[in-house]
Write a protein of this length. Structure first.
Length: 224
């Protein structure tokens, strides 16, 4: 029986506390392990941006895989990191086999190519999203949702600090999905229902842990 050290990553503190994204990652890893009869000996969860270099949970997971001779398994390769240099370094580390549950039969070369392509596509989407936002701002479009905090004030649901925290969490969550939404729209799925369906197909939950609908996508786009 192969042993597995599972590694999960979410990109914000809010997602880490609420479990957003973690459930789908665990389900993907567990389903693969059940199909192949693998045993998970340890699980490590990182709450951090994929662009950061200080990743203590990843270092612990890598060390655990080395000690036990286990496979380092993530739900998707981009959970390990979005930068090709980091992934290639990790893939080349002696004694550690890295696998992604969404493509478990990929060899080292395939994973390395996917890492480079993923970084290239991610950078391109980021540039397109940034350019689109700058163009909209230049046309006088007001970016962000002007009603979020005001609605809370009108309803009397919190003081200024609480309103600021809620608004900040919502904006951070929206920013974390900017690249994903840009990718979906670039693929031709631009209507609110189509974007909602694709987010649900990718097992991405709303900030409150629910399913996406046209209205929730509209709110997300307003914050972007």
């Amino acid at each position: 029986m192969s042993r597995v050290v599972a590694y999960y990553r979410v990109s914000t503190d809010g997602q880490g506390r609420s479990g957003l994204g973690l459930e789908a990652q665990r389900r993907s890893v567990n389903e693969l392990c059940e199909r192949r009869g693998w045993h998970i000996v340890a699980e490590h969860t990182e709450v951090e941006s994929g662009k950061r270099n200080d990743r203590p949970a990843l270092a612990e997971a890598t060390a655990a895989a080395k000690r036990t001779g286990a496979i380092l398994l993530a739900a998707k390769l981009d959970r390990v990191g979005r930068r090709a240099a980091r992934l290639l370094t990790l893939l080349d580390e002696a004694g550690v086999k890295v696998m992604a549950a969404d493509d478990p039969d990929a060899d080292w070369t395939s994973l390395a190519i996917k890492a480079v392509i993923a970084q290239h596509e991610g950078d391109a989407i980021s540039r397109r999203t940034r350019d689109a936002l700058q163009a909209a701002k230049a046309r006088g479009v007001r970016l962000g949702n002007p009603n979020g905090a005001a609605a809370l004030h009108r309803a009397g649901k919190g003081n200024g600090a609480a309103v600021g925290a809620v608004k900040g969490n919502a904006e951070r969550f929206a920013a974390d999905l900017a690249v994903t939404v840009g990718d979906i729209r670039a693929s031709g799925k631009t209507s609110l229902p189509a974007i909602a369906a694709e987010l649900n197909d990718r097992h991405i939950q709303t900030r409150r842990g629910g399913q996406w609908h046209a209205s929730s996508v509209r709110n997300l786009l307003a914050r972007l």
